[in-house]
Design a protein around this ligand. Sequence first.
Ligand code: GFB
Length: 305
Amino acid sequence: MAGSRGLVGSAVWRELVREGFTDVVGPGSAELDLRERRAVFDWFAAERPDAVVLAAARVGGIRANATRPVEFLSDNLRIQVNVLDAALEHRVERLLFLGSSCIYPKFAEQPIREEALLTGPLEPTNDAYAIAKIAGIMHVQAARRQYGLPWISAMPTNLYGTGDNFHPEHSHVLPSLVRRFHEAKESGARRVVNWGSGTPRREFLHVDDLARACLHVLEHYDADEPVNIGTGTDLTIRELAELVAEVVGYQGRVEWDPSQPDGTPRKLLDVSRLTALGWAPRIGLREGLAQTYAWYVENLGSGAL
Ligand code: GFB
């Protein structure tokens, strides 16, 4: 489990344990910096995993991506090349690489099918990250073609859930709104200002659903093309803000700052390939939000990083 301490990795780890896997290993970034090639190869030589889930990445919301493209490109390329090359050296039997829905063209036809990949220009606010993830997909496809390894790639939509990053600047929109509305409620503030126009649409999948989907595709999917993982439904950022305000219990004004970037107008995934494999999400957005907010209050609450 590469990325075992992150939002995705920790959820996949929990699901693997729930499914009875007892021999799951996965060093956190403090123990093993996946950007260090020698250290990664030494780890693989020592642990010799039968299967790898590559969920480790430098991730972040629109502002983090737009302001730090060098790290989003360089760190993610190094993590991927090191882990995938080391997995190849040991002919790891099964590997799942996790990308992101931002790999698709900014104006791809909606809902976005996997075939849309590389058919148009990317969203500039996260093109560096997208190129790194597309390189990962190509690396997996090359390993399949050159060595016949049953490695696969999955492209999750926007994810959220317990263990997310709630940083006010670097986080994704859902956790950022949870934190902003919670702090406003706690301080008695009568207004909050969110970024952009609020008109873009986003799809949100709870990370526990993603974890179940990861095990499902590891069990049932084996093809060159990536497989989208999502809910098949989306909402505007304004509608999301209304839902967050309701769940958090914030009753003040909600304003929008159009000087901040909106990002891609919409990125709803076509999940028919995944549906055909017999998988469906279970956690609705309101339920998932309530669970995420409860976790936030219990674990981070006031003064969270
Ligand atoms: O999750 P997010 O930051 O990234 O969502 P993307 C950005 C959308 O939410 C934009 C609006 O339309 C923002 O204007 N927004 C409003 C906010 N208030 C806030 C706020 O307080 N924080 C944030 N972050 N957004 C990401 C990619 O794109 O999608 C990543 O940057 C990754 O690389 C992820 O692919 C899945 O959904 O636009």
